[in-house]
Design a binder for this molecule. Sequence first.
Ligand code: ATP
Ligand code: MG
Length: 321
Amino acid sequence: MFSLSGITPSGEAHLGNYLGAVRRWAAEPGPEDLYFVSNLHAMTTRHDPGRLRVLTDHQLALLIAAGVPRERLFVQSDLIHEHMALTWLLECTCTFGEARRMVQFKEKSQGSSSVRLGLLTYPVLMAADILLHGASEVPVGHDQNQHVELARTLARRFNTDYGDVFTVPQAVLPVAGARVRDLAVPTRKMSKSSSDGSGIVYVLDSPEAVRRKFRRAVTDGENTVRYAPDEQPGVANLLEIMAACTDTLPDDAAKGIDSYRDLKEATAEAVISLIAPVRERVLQLLEERSELQKIRAEGAERARRRSRDRLDRALSLAGLK
Ligand code: ATP
Ligand code: MG
């Protein structure tokens, strides 16, 4: 059993990425698990090459700084030939109807035919990521479940049509963890690609910026600090964040706090205690370029070695070798 998880450099990593994903990856890495910066996935809409390069470095540095073992890491584009080769085999296995049915494609394209073709085919790239590395488990949120389903279909079809080579992966729901919501719109999840960044706390925000964002967090007019997600989503979000940072329950986090001002301040300080050291390490790693490059090169080499036989066999079964 081993699982594969990725983080897409479509924007700077935020508190939700850290609490909901990266921190957990660091806390419980299975001996075979792989974690990668999925930079090929950050190109499905028009992108800025310089920014993509910087964000890729930032996210690799974040994974290392958070404590994900470096031998479990790689950057997707360092294996671009492998990922692309398998993507092509799988594009020739996937039907147009299957790709077109993906809910995320429908939502993001909204029927427009001027969207990039990559937006339609990226679930096939995702299937290639999973199948190339032979992951048996893919921890995904609800929004990615359909894509893992597609990966299962393509694995089975390829195995049946050409010969048994791919592990049929399984989607696993991640252990219930923090679902961090936007501080400005507390009914919406904190997301890298959301257009307005005012309610997003980035891991690389300075302590002062974190304090400022929490001070401006949207609450309500009730003036009661209690954990009631349906009636007081803003306050609940703050309590959940504080609970996640201090390893308590939201109800307990509310104890002893009487005003929204104190709640915002206490939450900001809990966040800063947790992420400031991580931020420092990220900034340090970004200064030590050669160390980062070395970790990146070694990760790529290891991932390549591990996947080589599987890709060769798939190419051979398809009649290409
Ligand atoms: P995008 O808007 O580009 O999809 P994202 O912020 O959703 O970006 P991803 O790169 O898609 O980030 O996800 C990386 C990891 O972070 C995934 O495991 C995802 O479940 C987790 N994650 C993303 N947003 C949150 C959030 N608000 N709370 C908890 N976990 C989150
Ligand atoms: Mg996402």
